[in-house]
Ligand binder design. Structure first.
Ligand code: 6GU
Length: 249
Protein backbone atom coordinates (compact mmCIF):
# COMPACT_ATOMS: atom_id res chain seq x y z
CA UNK A 1 0.00 0.00 0.00
CA UNK A 2 2.81 2.38 0.97
CA UNK A 3 4.80 3.78 -1.96
CA UNK A 4 8.29 2.35 -1.40
CA UNK A 5 11.51 4.04 -2.44
CA UNK A 6 14.87 2.28 -2.16
CA UNK A 7 18.05 4.17 -3.04
CA UNK A 8 21.29 2.34 -3.86
CA UNK A 9 24.17 4.71 -3.18
CA UNK A 10 27.77 4.98 -1.97
CA UNK A 11 26.62 7.89 0.22
CA UNK A 12 23.58 6.68 2.21
CA UNK A 13 24.17 9.49 4.72
CA UNK A 14 22.85 11.97 2.13
CA UNK A 15 19.32 10.55 2.70
CA UNK A 16 16.65 11.51 3.59
CA UNK A 17 18.31 14.95 3.52
CA UNK A 18 15.80 17.52 2.29
CA UNK A 19 13.22 14.76 1.75
CA UNK A 20 12.93 14.53 5.54
CA UNK A 21 11.47 18.04 5.72
CA UNK A 22 8.47 19.89 4.30
CA UNK A 23 5.70 18.06 2.44
CA UNK A 24 7.75 14.97 1.60
CA UNK A 25 9.01 14.68 5.19
CA UNK A 26 5.50 14.94 6.64
CA UNK A 27 4.34 12.23 4.21
CA UNK A 28 7.26 10.07 5.32
CA UNK A 29 6.36 10.53 9.01
CA UNK A 30 2.72 9.70 8.27
CA UNK A 31 3.70 6.48 6.47
CA UNK A 32 2.34 7.62 3.08
CA UNK A 33 5.65 6.58 1.55
CA UNK A 34 8.87 4.92 2.77
CA UNK A 35 12.54 5.57 2.05
CA UNK A 36 15.43 3.14 2.47
CA UNK A 37 18.97 4.22 1.54
CA UNK A 38 21.27 1.22 1.06
CA UNK A 39 25.05 1.41 0.93
CA UNK A 40 26.32 -0.25 -2.28
CA UNK A 41 29.63 -0.88 -0.48
CA UNK A 42 27.86 -3.20 1.99
CA UNK A 43 27.65 -5.94 -0.66
CA UNK A 44 31.32 -5.72 -1.71
CA UNK A 45 33.03 -8.96 -0.72
CA UNK A 46 36.79 -8.36 -0.87
CA UNK A 47 39.01 -7.17 1.98
CA UNK A 48 38.97 -3.56 0.78
CA UNK A 49 35.25 -3.51 -0.06
CA UNK A 50 36.07 -2.55 -3.64
CA UNK A 51 33.10 -1.32 -5.70
CA UNK A 52 34.81 0.12 -8.77
CA UNK A 53 37.61 -0.45 -11.26
CA UNK A 54 39.36 1.28 -14.15
CA UNK A 55 37.49 1.57 -17.48
CA UNK A 56 38.29 -0.92 -20.26
CA UNK A 57 39.57 1.05 -23.24
CA UNK A 58 41.25 3.57 -20.98
CA UNK A 59 40.26 7.04 -19.87
CA UNK A 60 39.78 8.94 -16.66
CA UNK A 61 37.83 7.92 -13.59
CA UNK A 62 36.44 4.68 -12.24
CA UNK A 63 33.48 2.50 -13.18
CA UNK A 64 31.17 0.67 -10.75
CA UNK A 65 31.59 -3.09 -11.19
CA UNK A 66 28.61 -5.03 -12.59
CA UNK A 67 28.87 -7.85 -10.03
CA UNK A 68 28.74 -5.38 -7.13
CA UNK A 69 25.83 -3.38 -8.58
CA UNK A 70 23.94 -6.61 -9.34
CA UNK A 71 24.42 -7.85 -5.77
CA UNK A 72 23.20 -4.49 -4.44
CA UNK A 73 20.07 -4.75 -6.62
CA UNK A 74 19.44 -8.36 -5.55
CA UNK A 75 19.82 -7.50 -1.87
CA UNK A 76 17.45 -4.54 -2.18
CA UNK A 77 14.68 -6.24 -4.15
CA UNK A 78 12.85 -9.28 -2.75
CA UNK A 79 11.80 -12.00 -5.25
CA UNK A 80 8.88 -10.66 -7.30
CA UNK A 81 9.52 -7.00 -6.44
CA UNK A 82 7.58 -5.21 -9.19
CA UNK A 83 9.18 -1.79 -8.70
CA UNK A 84 10.97 -0.27 -11.71
CA UNK A 85 14.74 0.12 -11.38
CA UNK A 86 15.87 3.63 -12.35
CA UNK A 87 19.52 4.51 -12.93
CA UNK A 88 20.21 8.25 -12.50
CA UNK A 89 22.75 9.28 -15.12
CA UNK A 90 23.34 12.35 -17.33
CA UNK A 91 23.18 9.84 -20.26
CA UNK A 92 19.54 9.07 -19.44
CA UNK A 93 16.28 10.12 -21.04
CA UNK A 94 15.13 13.51 -19.70
CA UNK A 95 12.84 13.32 -16.65
CA UNK A 96 9.36 14.56 -17.61
CA UNK A 97 6.12 14.91 -15.69
CA UNK A 98 4.66 11.99 -17.72
CA UNK A 99 7.27 9.57 -16.28
CA UNK A 100 6.83 11.12 -12.82
CA UNK A 101 3.08 10.42 -12.98
CA UNK A 102 3.70 6.83 -14.11
CA UNK A 103 6.23 6.14 -11.35
CA UNK A 104 4.03 7.77 -8.69
CA UNK A 105 1.07 5.61 -9.75
CA UNK A 106 3.06 2.38 -9.27
CA UNK A 107 4.30 0.53 -6.17
CA UNK A 108 7.44 2.68 -5.81
CA UNK A 109 10.96 2.79 -7.26
CA UNK A 110 14.46 1.44 -6.79
CA UNK A 111 17.00 4.14 -7.65
CA UNK A 112 20.63 3.47 -8.52
CA UNK A 113 22.90 6.48 -8.02
CA UNK A 114 25.97 6.60 -10.22
CA UNK A 115 29.26 8.04 -8.99
CA UNK A 116 32.72 8.16 -10.50
CA UNK A 117 32.62 7.89 -14.29
CA UNK A 118 29.67 5.53 -14.41
CA UNK A 119 28.30 2.02 -14.06
CA UNK A 120 29.25 -1.00 -16.17
CA UNK A 121 26.62 -0.99 -18.95
CA UNK A 122 26.09 -4.78 -18.84
CA UNK A 123 24.31 -4.69 -15.47
CA UNK A 124 22.29 -1.64 -16.54
CA UNK A 125 20.93 -3.66 -19.46
CA UNK A 126 20.72 -7.06 -17.73
CA UNK A 127 18.55 -5.53 -14.96
CA UNK A 128 16.40 -3.61 -17.47
CA UNK A 129 17.15 -0.30 -15.80
CA UNK A 130 15.45 2.89 -17.00
CA UNK A 131 18.25 5.46 -17.45
CA UNK A 132 17.04 8.94 -16.43
CA UNK A 133 18.68 12.39 -16.41
CA UNK A 134 17.25 15.45 -14.68
CA UNK A 135 18.68 18.00 -17.10
CA UNK A 136 21.49 19.17 -19.33
CA UNK A 137 24.16 19.85 -16.73
CA UNK A 138 26.56 17.60 -14.83
CA UNK A 139 26.15 16.69 -11.15
CA UNK A 140 28.92 14.94 -9.24
CA UNK A 141 26.64 11.99 -8.57
CA UNK A 142 23.11 10.68 -8.95
CA UNK A 143 22.07 11.33 -5.35
CA UNK A 144 20.72 14.85 -5.84
CA UNK A 145 18.99 13.70 -9.03
CA UNK A 146 17.40 10.84 -7.07
CA UNK A 147 16.08 13.36 -4.54
CA UNK A 148 14.61 15.46 -7.34
CA UNK A 149 12.90 12.44 -8.84
CA UNK A 150 11.56 11.30 -5.45
CA UNK A 151 10.25 14.77 -4.56
CA UNK A 152 8.43 15.00 -7.89
CA UNK A 153 6.80 11.57 -7.36
CA UNK A 154 5.99 11.84 -3.65
CA UNK A 155 3.99 15.06 -4.02
CA UNK A 156 1.60 13.13 -6.30
CA UNK A 157 0.92 10.38 -3.72
CA UNK A 158 -2.64 10.82 -2.39
CA UNK A 159 -2.60 12.64 0.95
CA UNK A 160 0.93 14.04 0.69
CA UNK A 161 -0.17 17.44 -0.58
CA UNK A 162 -2.39 19.43 1.75
CA UNK A 163 -5.46 21.30 0.54
CA UNK A 164 -3.40 24.48 0.42
CA UNK A 165 -1.03 23.13 -2.21
CA UNK A 166 -2.78 22.11 -5.40
CA UNK A 167 -1.05 19.69 -7.76
CA UNK A 168 -3.35 20.89 -10.54
CA UNK A 169 -2.91 24.28 -12.31
CA UNK A 170 0.90 24.37 -12.11
CA UNK A 171 3.30 24.46 -15.03
CA UNK A 172 3.24 21.08 -16.77
CA UNK A 173 0.33 19.85 -14.66
CA UNK A 174 -2.38 19.15 -17.23
CA UNK A 175 -0.39 17.16 -19.77
CA UNK A 176 3.27 17.96 -19.08
CA UNK A 177 4.83 18.92 -22.43
CA UNK A 178 1.39 19.80 -23.81
CA UNK A 179 0.97 22.48 -21.16
CA UNK A 180 2.20 26.03 -20.59
CA UNK A 181 4.42 27.70 -18.02
CA UNK A 182 2.57 29.35 -15.15
CA UNK A 183 1.37 32.95 -15.06
CA UNK A 184 3.03 35.25 -12.46
CA UNK A 185 1.68 35.47 -8.92
CA UNK A 186 1.09 38.51 -6.67
CA UNK A 187 -0.06 39.08 -3.09
CA UNK A 188 -0.34 41.97 -0.61
CA UNK A 189 0.64 44.73 -0.38
CA UNK A 190 -1.05 46.00 -3.55
CA UNK A 191 1.74 48.57 -3.81
CA UNK A 192 5.33 47.76 -2.78
CA UNK A 193 8.25 50.19 -3.29
CA UNK A 194 6.02 52.03 -5.75
CA UNK A 195 5.31 48.86 -7.73
CA UNK A 196 1.59 48.14 -8.31
CA UNK A 197 0.08 44.70 -8.73
CA UNK A 198 -1.49 44.41 -12.23
CA UNK A 199 -4.86 46.20 -11.88
CA UNK A 200 -6.88 43.41 -13.52
CA UNK A 201 -6.09 41.14 -10.53
CA UNK A 202 -7.76 43.67 -8.19
CA UNK A 203 -10.81 44.11 -10.42
CA UNK A 204 -12.84 41.13 -9.27
CA UNK A 205 -13.66 40.26 -12.91
CA UNK A 206 -13.00 36.52 -12.89
CA UNK A 207 -13.26 36.11 -16.66
CA UNK A 208 -10.81 38.96 -17.27
CA UNK A 209 -8.41 37.55 -14.67
CA UNK A 210 -8.56 34.15 -16.37
CA UNK A 211 -7.93 35.74 -19.78
CA UNK A 212 -4.98 37.81 -18.47
CA UNK A 213 -3.43 34.74 -16.85
CA UNK A 214 -3.77 32.69 -20.04
CA UNK A 215 -2.14 35.49 -22.05
CA UNK A 216 0.69 35.75 -19.51
CA UNK A 217 1.22 31.96 -19.65
CA UNK A 218 1.37 32.01 -23.44
CA UNK A 219 3.76 34.98 -23.51
CA UNK A 220 6.22 33.57 -20.97
CA UNK A 221 6.13 30.16 -22.66
CA UNK A 222 6.80 31.75 -26.09
CA UNK A 223 9.72 33.69 -24.57
CA UNK A 224 11.36 31.00 -22.42
CA UNK A 225 10.22 27.64 -23.74
CA UNK A 226 9.06 27.94 -27.36
CA UNK A 227 9.71 24.20 -27.67
CA UNK A 228 6.63 23.57 -25.49
CA UNK A 229 4.39 25.30 -28.07
CA UNK A 230 5.27 23.17 -31.07
CA UNK A 231 4.41 19.55 -31.68
CA UNK A 232 8.03 19.09 -32.65
CA UNK A 233 9.17 20.34 -29.24
CA UNK A 234 6.61 18.27 -27.35
CA UNK A 235 7.65 15.09 -29.16
CA UNK A 236 11.37 15.81 -29.17
CA UNK A 237 12.23 13.47 -26.32
CA UNK A 238 10.06 10.69 -27.74
CA UNK A 239 11.84 10.94 -31.10
CA UNK A 240 15.33 11.54 -29.70
CA UNK A 241 17.58 8.71 -30.90
CA UNK A 242 19.02 6.54 -28.13
CA UNK A 243 22.30 6.38 -30.02
CA UNK A 244 22.82 9.74 -31.77
CA UNK A 245 25.93 8.57 -33.65
CA UNK A 246 23.86 5.91 -35.44
CA UNK A 247 21.08 8.32 -36.53
CA UNK A 248 20.87 9.82 -40.04
CA UNK A 249 22.33 13.33 -40.44
CL1 6GU B 1 20.77 11.79 -13.17
N1 6GU B 1 23.30 12.38 -12.70
C1 6GU B 1 24.38 13.19 -12.78
N2 6GU B 1 25.53 12.79 -12.23
N3 6GU B 1 24.36 14.36 -13.40
C2 6GU B 1 23.18 14.73 -13.92
C3 6GU B 1 22.04 13.95 -13.87
C4 6GU B 1 22.12 12.76 -13.24
N4 6GU B 1 21.05 14.61 -14.50
C5 6GU B 1 21.58 15.74 -14.92
N5 6GU B 1 22.87 15.82 -14.59
Amino acid sequence: MTWQATVLTLFPGMFPGPLGTSLAGRGLERGLWSLEARDIRAVATDRHRTVDDTPFGGGAGMVLRPDVVDAACAAAMPEGDARPLVFLTPRGVPLRQKLVRELAAGPGVVLLCGRYEGVDQRVVEARGMIEVSIGDYVLSGGELAAMVLLDSCVRLIPGVMGAAESAEEESFASSDRGSLLEYPHYTRPAEWHGLRVPEVLLSGHHAEVARWRREQSEAVTRERRPDLLTEQGRDASARAPLHPAASPA
